[in-house]
Design a protein around this ligand. Structure first.
Ligand code: SF4
Ligand code: SF4
Length: 700
């Protein structure tokens, strides 16, 4: 049916014929067993000659890397080979076999190195089946784009191109592409690709800030198009979009007759030319060198952003206001003098106030940009003198600050009980209308009871730093104390937790740093690190922190600390609650509790690489553990959830849908637990309570 043909055209139309509002993907099985290798050859020609051998053996993936690509491994922490020994013009094939039966994997692991050596290939690392080592090798391939991105001059952009040829032409094509890149001074270009499909990519940095840079870009694209279409009868696109960059060459590639048919279809589907104009089909033969986007410098923290958008899915404000990419792109518009004044005002809320500063964007970013840290620096620039003074006073007198917070919380909770939640929330609503920034949240816990200090002599001593969250808020809906709970657990496993004297005067600095009060954050951290240095006997005794964001904050301080404090910090053995509890029950073999629970790993748990350990801990204690598919930052971010509660609502909406039918939620930060409870009936508390229940079975 003609509409079936049209449906297929839609798939490749890049939004020029319509848009897909819903897509169902039929996925394929992912075999459990894999083995891979990296074969080095002295030239692209010899690597291409080896391709049929790997294709015939049934390789599922074969990637080719040129010598420049191979040398980028020098930017990895532990390169799996010596990148300094890569010879000029050499090349490599990175290949993987995926199978269901171990016999098949074993046979390939034996035969492939031998077969490849017969055609001039060397496997310096042999065949690799271990997942960690395989990931290390694949990271070289995956890291090519970010590496070019992070090595480029600030203010320049990164281009990745996607070309396709008969695979037998690849040796000549790679040589000619290298000369074109050299001629137009793209000397940082790396060439790689899906070799068995003849699909080549190259990535290079481009400077579009000067007319000279624009000319070089035009020359590169023109020569590349002529090489691909005119000389090798290849295709200007394989798996990427044609976009605007190649729209000028579509007629050259396909010829006038087909080009006219394309325009006829376009005009039928989009008679007013409103769908993605100038993408794929453009009347202007110079469209690829018009409206080129400049990259004005904004700040060292974000200037390397390539606006790829990889960070967007993880951002808790993505459905409410902006994503990290938006935050940076708008700042560039402002720096370039192109922003409307209304944008500046809107940016205060959209860009700054609704950023949770959780830093999850950094984990997804190929060039490691932490937009949250950048937003903190913008907040710093807008703090008032009085705000700064108050924050410094509060950090210096933290015991008084904590006393005030506990008192206000106590009064608030008492009035809530007396008047009822609805009336109390309405009173708060009126206060908010006249400018009081904090909103009432009925899921805020009661004030924590004073905890008891345990001085038992056990075989193992740890310093315990109860965070201010655990000192202010009750740990669960039964008003139990997380501090007492951790002390109980420790006693049961023969650990003595020693709480440093005068603990109420100390804080990790997170409440100040997230608001841009840098000096106050540094004062807090200096004090706390000194305290931990003394109480841990200069780093000899491990230190337990009961709240993951505080563990991360202390370990990865971004405040300006004195050199001697940094030296002390580096020697401290700061341990987060998750590995601590895992250690406590590691050797236990008690029956699992029968309940269906859900975990909410905090952003810091993810950043510290503890999500798997968190799941293992919970699975040791209970029969059924889930981490929601849509798990992410809850957007509560300390007290931000009380200032912009809509951020928390928006951030948790998908995750909470995944918690249906589950009995209880566990996390490792009291404010994140409040964030998860704010718009759900599910009760969340620290995973320490789960571990205590698990251990209590040994007594019963
Ligand atoms: S900040 Fe986001 S858009 Fe910018 S480079 Fe990183 S992931 Fe890409
Ligand atoms: S820190 Fe969080 S909220 Fe801010 S831009 Fe990054 S992911 Fe988004």
């Amino acid at each position: 049916h003609p509409l079936d043909i049209f449906a297929h055209l839609m798939v490749g139309s890049e939004g020029t014929l319509g848009f897909l509002s819903e897509v169902t993907l039929h996925t394929i099985d992912d075999p459990t067993l894999k083995t891979m290798g990296m074969a080095l050859f002295d030239s692209v020609g010899s690597s291409v000659a080896a391709l049929p051998l790997l294709v015939d053996a049934g390789a599922d993936a074969i990637e080719m890397l040129d010598d420049a690509s191979l040398r980028t491994a020098k930017y990895l922490d532990n390169p799996p080979y010596d990148p300094n020994h890569i010879q000029k013009n050499s090349s490599a094939l990175l290949f993987e076999f995926q199978k269901w039966h171990i016999n098949e994997i074993q046979q390939l692991a034996e035969s492939i190195p031998h077969d490849l050596s017969n055609v001039g290939g060397q496997l310096p690392l042999g065949m690799i089946s271990d997942e960690h080592q395989r990931n290390q090798l694949w990271n070289i391939r995956k890291g090519l784009y970010p590496t070019v991105g992070s090595m480029r001059k600030k203010g320049t952009s990164v281009i990745t191109e996607d070309l396709c040829y008969d695979y037998r032409d690849l040796p000549k094509v790679v040589n000619e592409l290298k000369s074109i890149c050299h001629q137009w001074q793209y000397d940082d270009a790396v060439i790689f690709g899906h070799a068995k499909d003849g699909n080549l990519h190259f990535a290079a940095s481009i400077d579009l800030n000067t007319s000279e840079g624009e000319k070089r870009f035009e020359g590169l694209i023109q020569d590349m198009a002529e090489l691909t279409v005119g000389k090798f009868d290849g295709s200007l696109k394989a798996e990427h979009g044609t976009g605007r960059n190649m729209a000028s060459f579509v007629e050259y590639e396909w010829g006038g007759a087909l080009y006219d048919i394309m325009w006829k279809i376009k005009n039928l589907a989009d008679p007013n030319s409103i769908l993605n104009p100038d993408v794929l089909l453009a009347k202007d033969s110079k469209i690829h060198v018009k409206n080129l986007k400049k990259m004005p410098l904004v700040s060292d923290e974000v200037d390397l952003c390539v606006e790829c958008g990889f960070c967007e899915p993880v951002c808790p404000s993505k459905d409410l206001t902006m994503t990290p990419r938006h935050r940076i792109a708008v700042q560039r518009e402002i720096a370039g003098g192109n922003a409307d004044p209304s944008v500046l005002n809107k940016y205060l809320y959209d860009g700054i106030d609704t950023c949770a500063t959780d830093g999850l964007c950094e984990m997804a970013c190929p060039v490691n940009i932490d937009t949250g840290s950048y937003v903190k620096s913008l907040r710093q620039g807008s703090v008032s003198r009085i705000g700064k003074w108050v924050s410094i006073w509060s950090a210096k007198h933290f015991a008084s600050t904590q006393f005030m917070v506990r008192s206000m919380l106590g009064i608030g909770k008492s009035l809530e009980s007396l008047l009822g939640s609805t009336i109390w929330a309405s009173i708060f609503g009126l206060l908010n209308k006249i400018g009081f920034p904090y909103h009432w949240n009925d899921k805020i816990p009661r004030v924590a009871n004073n905890f008891s200090i345990y001085n038992g002599i056990d075989r193992e001593v740890w310093v315990y730093f109860p965070t201010c969250l655990s000192r202010v808020f009750a740990g669960n809906d039964q008003n139990a104390s997380i501090v007492d709970t951790l002390v109980d657990i420790s006693k049961k496993v023969g650990i003595s937790l020693e709480i440093p004297p005068g603990i109420n005067a100390y804080c990790c600095g997170q409440p100040y740093s997230s608001k841009g009060y840098d000096t106050a954050a540094a004062i807090s951290q200096e004090k706390t690190i000194d305290l931990l240095w003394q109480s841990s006997k200069h780093g000899e005794i491990p230190i337990l922190i009961d709240t993951s964001p505080c563990t991360h904050q202390l370990r990865h301080s971004n405040a300006t600390l004195k050199a001697e404090t940094i030296a002390k910090l580096e020697q401290l053995n700061i341990v987060d609650i998750i590995p601590f509890l895992n250690q406590c029950i590691d050797k236990m073999n008690l029956p699992k509790l029968e309940r269906k629970i859900v975990l909410h790993p905090t952003c810091s748990t993810e950043k510290m690489g503890h999500v798997d350990a968190f799941k293992e801990l919970a699975e040791k204690c209970t029969e059924h553990v889930e981490i929601p598919t849509h798990w992410g930052c809850c957007g509560f971010a300390g007290d931000r959830g009380l200032i912009v509660p809509e951020l928390n609502l928006s951030a948790t909406s998908h995750e909470l849908l995944d918690t249906k039918g589950l009995m209880k939620g566990y996390s490792t930060s009291r404010t994140c637990e409040v964030g998860m409870m704010s718009h759900s009936e599910l009760n969340y508390e620290s995973v320490a309570f789960l571990v205590k229940e698990y251990l209590n079975q040994s007594v019963n």
